[in-house]
Design a protein around this ligand. Structure first.
Ligand code: SF4
Length: 349
């Protein structure tokens, strides 16, 4: 990778990056010798544009996004955004977790783009690629400026996050909600703390994320839960699903939307690498479930959805249409459409 010659130094250090082709000559690479940022390198860049049009062919339920960061120190093993680091000449594993691109001019750029005559005030989704409330946001503080720009233009927006840092911006969110449509979803796929430590090592705990959900709703910011990802054989037992939905209900979530793990290129290699190290016994079962597709079979996805919706009804959460950006499960080949007659048959595939 292109930045290996950087020295971490003591305290803060910065130098011009050696990747002008990717980030421009004025890009700065910075490290901070504090416990929360140790081992992380930040690449501060000045983006040329910040409101991104989602390609027409996309199955995403939104058309415009704003992403002030690339890479995510929350370091979820399964993260579907990992492959985006490949385009930066970085790897999709450890580099994705530790080489973070920061678009330092995002707030001013957004303010300018929202004021452009051609901008028609469409909904903007954030947290759709990587988490805009990852740890870097604590230092760079880009989101207050971004939210302020959206508020001032009365531009509707939504945020998906695992970060409790969003509560720092509660006053601006409340102001925005007075003048436009604002919604938030926190992502909590399971409440098993042992599993959390192993697969989402850089994130606030599931309990903390659910506290965020409660606080936002208490302050009039509608917040649902994207129950994602449900991890086959790791977080999908009836007891685990029940415990998770029960906790989501207790947090006062406006909705719960389950989403089963999907493993596209980048995430797939890293997840299987993790699985081989931590749960080698599950590798054959995952190979069977995902062997010719990035998505789990339709029968499996339907089963989880049915179970979660039934639990949501039991605990008084209304399953609503997908409230927040996440990829829709991909159509799968016909062989995946039916539930297999017996588990033993599945293992033989
Ligand atoms: S918080 Fe979201 S963007 Fe960040 S690593 Fe986890 S799944 Fe990826």
């Amino acid at each position: 990778m292109r930045w290996q010659n950087l020295s971490a130094g003591n305290g803060e250090s910065a130098e011009n990056t050696a990747a002008p082709g990717l980030f421009g000559l004025d890009a700065v690479t910075r490290t901070f010798d504090t416990p929360e940022f140790r081992g992380i390198t930040f690449h501060e860049v000045r983006a040329r544009s910040i409101v991104n049009k989602v390609p027409g062919a996309s199955r995403m339920p939104f058309a415009w996004t704003v992403n002030p960061y690339r890479g995510c120190s929350h370091a979820c093993v399964y993260c579907f955004a990992r492959n985006t680091h490949r385009y930066l000449d970085l790897d999709t594993g450890h580099d994705f977790d530790s080489q973070i691109v920061v678009k330092v001019n995002a707030p001013e750029l957004l303010r300018r783009e929202l004021a452009a005559p051609r901008w028609e005030g469409a909904h903007i989704a954030m947290g759709t690629n990587v988490d805009c409330y990852q740890r870097a946001e604590g230092r760079y503080q880009l989101m207050p400026g971004i939210l302020g720009a959206l508020r001032d233009r009365e531009n509707p927006f939504s945020i998906l996050t695992k970060g409790s840092l969003i509560l720092r911006d509660l006053p601006i969110l409340e102001q925005a909600a007075q003048v436009t449509e604002v919604s938030v979803a926190v992502s909590v796929g399971f409440t098993d703390r042992e599993l959390w430590r192993r697969v989402e090592p850089g994130t606030p705990s599931p309990g903390k994320r659910l506290e965020v959900c409660r606080t936002l709703n208490d302050h009039g910011i509608p917040c649902g839960v994207l129950m994602a990802p449900v991890l086959p054989f790791l977080s999908d037992s009836p007891e685990q699903l029940r415990a998770t939905v029960q906790a989501i209900a207790a947090a006062g979530a406006t909705s719960v939307t389950p989403l089963v793990l999907h493993l596209r290129t980048g995430a797939r290699e890293w997840y299987f690498h993790w699985l081989a190290e931590h749960r080698p016994d599950l590798v054959p079962r995952y190979q069977a479930l995902y062997y010719d597709n990035a998505y789990a079979p339709t029968w499996y996805q339907r089963r989880i959805t049915r179970q979660v919706h039934a639990l949501a009804t039991e605990y008084g959460i209304g399953p609503t249409p997908r409230p927040h950006p996440e990829p829709t499960p991909q159509p799968t080949p016909d062989r995946h459409a039916e539930e297999p007659p017996a588990p033993t048959q599945l293992r033989l595939i």
